[in-house]
Design a protein around this ligand. Structure first.
Ligand SMILES: Nc1ncnc2c1ncn2[C@@H]1O[C@H](COP(=O)(O)OP(=O)(O)OP(=O)(O)O)[C@@H](O)[C@H]1O
Length: 269
């Protein structure tokens, strides 16, 4: 199977809505890739990720994930011979679920979703995300809750990971370590990631494809290997006639924040 996901001529309208939220979407997600979706509020990023995850039924066009229709019951269960989940969708709404605000321990939560069966991955994630298994959920900050969500959500290996703005409240250090972990995953085993975000700090080197979504339509897709170059000359973006882009340097506080937070960690030891 050559593609992690494939979308053909997809147009999607929410029930009772007059306007389509996605129009004529064509996209191919090869295996071992990291795709970044860029678009303004309301552009259709979440809708696309949710369709790929099988959360909405789509009656027009074709969607395949790992060769299967994500809405079909076969896609919900992992293949017995394959210990990976087909898709994992992680979005911001998790933090509004009632269980998260209860007086429940993190270890108890992790064990309830099969921590013992994925102990090695779980321990790596706990370490990367700096999670304390003795935390009680109702006493955590939003960022700490997010770390628990990610530990739980990433515990089982997936084939296609759909990240919907889920790293916004992580501090820069946790986000940077998580992005490195995810990059390694896509290099080490047959899986791919589609990530929608408005925060681009620390992401310049991370994706290998970027997709620009505007008003429900894909207006541009760039492959890093062939169509993206970085320039140290100035800070402008130059779009060339052959569809390639040269991106100038960006002034960013990200390296300073990363250095300070790493120093904070060292001073704790
Ligand atoms: N449940 C719904 N019912 C009707 N329309 C919806 C629904 N959810 C989203 N939409 C509409 O679909 C369009 C795309 O929304 P979507 O949430 O996919 O955007 P987005 O790119 O993820 O935006 P943001 O960056 O704000 O998260 C918007 O016009 C939105 O109003």
């Amino acid at each position: 199977m050559s593609l992690a996901a494939e979308v053909r001529d997809l147009t999607y309208k929410f029930p009772h809505s007059d306007k389509a939220s996605l129009c004529n979407i064509e996209i191919e997600i090869p295996w071992n890739t990291r795709t970044l979706i860029i678009g303004s509020n309301g552009a259709g990023k979440s809708t696309l990720l949710k369709l790929l995850s099988g959360k909405h039924l789509c009656l027009t066009g074709k969607i395949r994930v790992n060769g299967l229709d994500p809405f079909s019951p076969h896609s919900m269960h992992q293949n017995e011979a394959d210990e990976c989940q087909i898709t994992t969708y992680l979005g911001t709404e998790w933090c509004h679920m009632s269980i998260i605000h209860r007086d429940i321990g993190v270890l108890e939560l992790l064990e309830s979703i099969g921590f013992h069966a994925h102990r090695e991955r779980g321990e790596t994630l706990i370490d990367i995300l700096d999670v304390d298994v003795n935390w009680r959920m109702h006493r955590l900050s939003d960022g700490q809750k997010r770390r628990v969500q990610l530990t739980m959500g990433l515990l089982k290996p997936w084939r296609l990971l759909l990240l919907d703005e889920v790293t916004v409240d992580l501090d820069v250090r946790a986000r940077s370590r998580l992005l490195s972990f995810l990059e390694q995953e896509t290099k080490a085993r047959r899986c791919s990631i589609v990530y929608a975000t408005h925060i681009f700090d620390g992401l310049a080197e991370w994706p290998d494809r970027v997709v620009h979504l505007r008003d429900g339509r894909i207006v541009q897709q760039l492959s890093y290997a062939e169509e993206v170059r970085f320039s140290r000359e100035d800070s402008s973006v130059v779009e060339h006639n052959d569809n390639s882009v040269t991106i100038g340097y960006a002034k960013s506080l990200h390296p300073l924040a990363l250095t300070w937070l790493s120093q904070d960690e060292t001073s704790k030891k």
